[in-house]
Design a binder for this molecule. Structure first.
Ligand code: GLA
Length: 408
């Protein structure tokens, strides 16, 4: 979003047109994200390294005197105002973006943050849907912050907003995502990437500066619509693999890891410990999935070090390895995304390119040498279109702040 304050001001006028005159609405913004590395590690207790984007969701809301929740999206205006109630916080097939709004209100209520009146809510966002840049997390987190602001839930912290949003996605929307997207949307910092240990939720902001290099995001324009079911399958496979390893440790077939504790997630194992444990998996697919998680976690840790040390070559190499592993072991890429990353990785001015997000389409993240952006856009754009018939979209990666209240 070029100018959040300006857009907010414009949307305030729309708010009054849609919902009628009355008290001024509160306004909040929550960003989408790009993950630099550490993919499919966040539900295995591993590290991720995302940054928040300048693209995101604005949510405007004011309290009502009854228990109705009236929702309007300025992105899908033809839907008009969609109505629900605090007494009907259930998911329906017919839910649109409203499922995310109700889901967060529901999750907050489950955690003891009870909205005592209904509300009018207007939503608008510029994270492209289905692009793997977390439009849904931006929406969820914006609703979380909006209700915190409207109902003065002082004790609701930003990490808690992330957790409530994840609960909404998991238990209301039925998508078993990890915590990465919601956490970075709530906790991003301008100019920084966030190294998050998803096992402990401890984190560190690392300046996103790789001297002489820049990051470019490309949308393959393949919507990752399959992501829901296939994503949940991957998650189950990782859980089964972990279960087998833990059982073998408990019955003495396998030594405990160096930590001396039963692992709570696959990423608690080092690559060496994992290779020692691999025999108990007795299944090629489980081995491949678990191997990706363990080695990707290791790559995320090394990439964060490389970032701190300004080692852009190593960072790029790890990105390439990450993509190969997501494609071959985790099998969450798709033909077009492989074409896109292959083209990028074949350029001598590209340090590394990989898919980002859940997979099955969406975006790639590319680390390129400074001064080559125009050439990159032209060459990769033309070659990708020639090979797939699709026209890619390019986005700037400007690491921004996490969710915040917009005063107006
Ligand atoms: C989606 C999920 C995240 C994470 C990524 C893959 O974006 O929402 O929790 O698992 O996929 O890294």
């Amino acid at each position: 979003m070029e100018n959040v304050a300006e857009k907010a001001c414009e949307l305030k006028k729309t708010f009054f047109k849609v919902f009628g005159p009355g008290a001024a609405p509160e306004t909040v913004f929550a960003p989408g994200r790009v993950n630099l590395i550490g993919e499919h590690t966040d539900y295995n207790g591993g590290f991720v390294l995302p940054c928040a984007l300048s693209y995101g969701t604005l949510a405007l809301g004011r309290k009502r005197s009854d228990r109705k929740i009236r929702m309007y999206s300025h992105n899908v205006t033809h839907l008009g105002i969609l109505e629900s109630s605090l007494d009907d916080l259930k998911a329906y097939e017919s839910d649109h973006f409203t499922g995310y709004v109700k889901g967060v209100i529901w999750a907050a209520e489950e955690a003891g943050f009870v909205c005592d009146t209904g509300m009018d809510i207007l939503i608008w966002g510029d994270v492209p849907n289905g692009s793997g840049l977390s439009s849904s997390a931006a929406l969820e987190v914006s609703v979380g912050l909006l209700i915190k602001t409207l109902f003065s839930f002082e004790e609701m912290t930003q990490p808690q907003i992330a957790l409530l949003s994840q609960k909404a996605e998991n238990d209301f929307m039925g998508m078993q995502c990890g915590i990465m997207d919601q956490f970075i949307s709530a906790m991003g910092k301008e100019g920084h990437a966030l190294l998050l240990n998803t096992g402990t939720l401890t984190y560190e902001h690392i300046p996103l500066v790789l001297e002489g290099a820049e990051i470019v995001i490309i949308n393959s324009c393949v919507k990752h619509s399959l992501v829901g079911s296939a994503y949940n399958d991957r998650r189950n496979e990782c859980e089964t693999a972990l279960d087998r390893i833990r059982k073998a440790m408990q019955d003495g077939t396998l030594a405990f890891p160096a930590s001396g504790k039963l692992p709570e997630g696959l990423c608690e194992l080092t690559p060496d410990e994992f290779e020692d444990a691999a025999a108990v998996l007795k299944d090629e697919i489980l081995y491949a999935r678990a191997k990706h998680a363990v080695y990707e976690n290791d790559r995320a840790i090394r990439a964060a070090e490389a970032l701190s040390q300004g080692n852009k070559e190593l960072f790029g190499t790890l990105m390439k390895e990450s993509h190969a592993s997501l494609r071959d072991l985790y099998e969450v890429s798709c033909a077009e995304m492989d074409v896109l990353t292959d083209i990028a990785n074949s350029k001598e001015y590209v340090l590394g390119a990989r898919m980002t997000g859940g997979g099955f389409g969406g975006c790639s993240v590319n680390l390129i040498k400074e001064g080559y952006e125009e050439q990159f856009r032209k060459e990769v754009g033309e070659e990708y279109t020639a090979k797939t018939g699709k026209k890619p979209l390019f986005y700037a990666c400007v690491p921004g702040d996490g969710a915040r209240v917009i005063k107006q």
